[in-house]
Design a protein around this ligand. Structure first.
Ligand code: WTA
Length: 701
């Protein structure tokens, strides 16, 4: 991505830029009732956060937190672009999310845990309970010798023990690195190795789609993978889904594996003072996919991150302490970290924590939960919205809940799905915020302010306070609003939620996010360091942004970022495979899914067996979410004369579009062979423009 473009490539890009046809959608206004109760109603808020007030405007965010020692500098740019927010202060995230609420909200629910089996009872965890459990867990971690700056890898499902253990780490300054529970043991192992964790914290089992899954088996694979990569894990801490009972079949390893519930017996009732930590100490790592095959650990620091998710939870999610908030995301992703754990808890929210699949046992489940628990703020992703709409378009009508606000996040949402969300789920009462952001940014970037801005289906809106986006073309020229042209979405200024670095890889951080548009690598002025978000976008005349998707060969599968290089490496672990190329295909529910093309080694017969093993390899190396939609064994890959695989041609074939001019390829004949194999002999191509992220796919190479 950070590579310089050759002149011929520039021409291609500018042609693609024009291909953004966008019907302007009608506005929807927030209700008077919503506006009257909203946390942020001041129309001057955006003046207060104008670029000429930067960075001091963000003091307002820091003021929402409780400090042990005040900070000295709002933004320290001395090591640009490694920003230090609120430098010189001392703070603790666990204190801000738990202890400071005890006097007023001690007996109020922090979490209401809803198990997937519908017959199993909810578990209410008050702020007092949360405090006690976090303290006991922190005492245990300290007892095991863990201290500030150590890393602990988690591979946990959606259970209260996950936020409890995260907050226990935060209390001591241990850097947690939660790997999405649905990722494979191998994926977890490589992240253990990268972070240098000596401890893995997991759970024996969890419910998923009606099955109690053996999850402990993944821990054994993770530890083995990490060891093969050179990282020893001394201890595996195993929570039990049903305390006191082991629900996995995989044996415990003596001397290495410990049941957390056994260890905790020694720490009953223990209190551990929250450690006053420097503002810029790391709070957690969150691994994410990028252009290369190696996942990158986005490192988030305590004070900047926490202030950002606290303020945006309050103003944009509009969380009040007496609301019942439910975010259906998984805590294993950044959305869960920011908007289930840290942001809502810092605002003394009551949150629903749901273990399972939204459509289990049927598409009415979310609405039953909402009705029963009085949920009034709802937060989910387009893929869940599409699925619930497909399986139960009228289900919401059967239930008597009332949402005041709803959020969508993770992928572009089609106006049609948006309108179903608004009309049916929100019953035309709830406001919708379409929040655009990413792992690296800690919190929302593009969004409406729900009581101030009108909504426009399919556009995320303008930007959050203090976020100043700019769309650049390939040459670094600004693309003006209303031009109808797309370009690379960047943010002109740093903001408190932005990642601090990529764990252990300062160069990659600069290269990936700044090199393209930074003109002076020595500059200490933040104005010289626009942040490259990795998405294409177009800005309408009204200032609203429409996000077109990733520009860096990352496929967004049901809101999960998967690097094509990671999938291709997984395919290459099958010994018969000589070459693999992965492309995104449009999918009605998941947005995008990967199609895999492989060429086998000379002398190997193409067979279903090879295909099955390629699928299995993806599930083992990455996880079930990386399961390809199709695997095609092709006689050869379409290649340029210099031998590069033309993924764009494959993407056009998979998406049933015209492949365009392929006469300059080294092997143009193979394109027609592949097209026939995938589309059939006389397949007609699909109508309509190819979405920008797919049209642009493969440009990075
Ligand atoms: C995409 C998830 C359109 C985008 C918070 C981004 C979106 C990637 C939206 C980050 C949205 C996220 N509209 N696209 N509202 N929100 N995206 O790191 O392509 O898992 O770059 O963070 O999701 O995914 P990540």
């Amino acid at each position: 991505m950070a590579k310089t473009m050759k002149p011929t490539e520039q021409t291609e890009v500018s042609e693609a830029q024009i291909a953004v046809h966008w019907k302007e959608e009608a506005y929807y206004q927030p209700s008077e009732q919503f506006k009257a109760q909203a946390n942020m109603r001041d129309p001057h808020i955006f003046d207060r956060f104008a670029l000429d007030k930067f960075p001091d405007c963000f003091k307002e965010y820091a003021d929402m937190l409780t400090w042990f020692e005040p900070y000295r500098t709002v933004l320290d740019t001395s090591d640009a672009p490694f920003w230090k927010w609120f430098a010189g202060g001392k703070i603790n995230a666990s204190y801000n999310c738990v202890d400071r609420h005890l006097t007023t909200y001690g007996s109020k629910a922090a979490f209401i845990f809803v198990p997937e089996p519908e017959a199993e009872r909810d578990v209410v965890i008050t702020y007092r309970d949360l405090h006690d459990r976090v303290n006991e867990a922190a005492a245990m971690l300290r007892g095991l010798g863990l201290k500030a700056g150590d890393r602990a890898t988690f591979h946990m499902p959606m259970v209260p023990e996950l936020p409890i253990t995260m907050l226990a780490c935060a209390r001591l300054g241990i850097i947690h690195s939660q790997v999405f529970g649905g990722f494979s043991g191998q994926a977890c192992g490589s992240r253990i190795q990268d972070s240098g964790s000596r401890v893995l914290i997991t759970m024996d089992s969890y419910w998923r789609n009606g099955t109690l899954v053996d999850h402990k088996v993944n821990a054994d694979i993770a530890v083995r993978t990490a060891k093969d990569l050179g990282q020893d894990v001394d201890k595996v801490l195993v929570w039990q889904r049903y305390p006191g009972k082991y629900s996995a079949k995989t044996p415990m390893v003596s001397g290495r594996d410990f049941f957390v519930n056994d260890l905790l017996k020694d720490y009953k009732g223990k209190n551990i003072d929250p450690v006053p930590l420097p503002s810029e100490a790391p709070l957690f790592l969150m691994y994410s996919s990028g252009t290369t095959g190696k996942p990158k650990g986005a490192q988030h620091g305590i004070a900047g991150y926490l202030s950002y998710v606290t303020a945006t939870s309050k103003w944009i999610l509009d969380i009040h302490p007496d609301d019942v908030y439910w975010c259906m995301a998984d805590i294993g992703w950044i959305t869960g970290h920011s908007y289930i754990v840290y942001g809502p808890l810092a605002n003394a929210a009551t949150s629903v924590l749901y273990e399972g699949v939204p459509t289990f046992p049927d598409a009415g489940r979310p609405w039953r939960i909402a009705e029963r628990l009085g949920v009034n703020i709802f937060h989910t992703a387009p893929t869940a919205i599409r699925m619930l709409r497909k399986l139960g378009p009228q289900e919401p009508r059967k239930y008597n809940y009332r949402f005041k606000s709803m959020t969508t996040v993770g992928e572009p949402i089609e106006p049609e799905a948006w309108r179903w969300y608004y009309d049916e789920v929100g019953k035309r009462e709830a406001v919708i915020t379409d929040t655009w952001w990413m792992t690296e940014t800690g919190g929302f970037l593009g969004t409406t302010m729900p009581a101030i801005h009108a909504m426009k289906p399919g556009s995320c809106g303008p930007a959050a306070p203090g976020i100043h986006p700019v769309i650049y073309d390939e040459t670094g020229a600004e693309i003006p609003k209303g031009s109808g042209k797309a370009g690379n979405m960047c943010i002109r200024n740093p903001w408190p939620g932005v990642m601090q670095t990529i764990w252990g890889d300062r160069d990659r951080y600069i290269k990936t996010y700044f090199a393209k548009y930074n003109k002076n690598p020595r500059s200490k002025d933040w104005r010289d360091w626009p942040f490259l978000c990795g998405d294409g976008a177009v800005q309408a005349a009204d200032g609203y942004y429409r996000i077109l998707g990733r520009i860096d060969d990352v496929i967004n599968v049901a809101g999960h970022r998967l690097g094509t290089k990671e999938i291709e490496s997984a395919c290459l672990t099958v010994p018969e495979v000589a070459e693999a190329a992965v492309v995104p295909v449009q999918d009605e529910v998941k947005g995008r899914v990967p199609d895999v093309y492989i060429a086998v080694k000379p002398g190997v017969q193409p067979s279903q067996d090879v295909i099955d093993r390629v699928i299995k390899a993806n599930e083992e190396v990455i996880g079930k979410i990386a399961r390809p939609k199709h695997v095609y064994i092709v006689p050869d890959m379409p290649k340029t004369r210099s031998g590069k695989i033309m993924r764009r041609v494959l993407a056009a074939i998979s998406n049933r579009r015209d492949v365009g001019d392929v006469t300059t390829l080294a092997n143009p004949d193979v394109v027609e062979q592949i097209r026939t194999m995938v589309q059939g002999k006389d397949a007609t191509t699909a109508q309509g423009e190819l979405p920008e992220d797919i049209a642009q796919f493969g440009q990075v190479e």
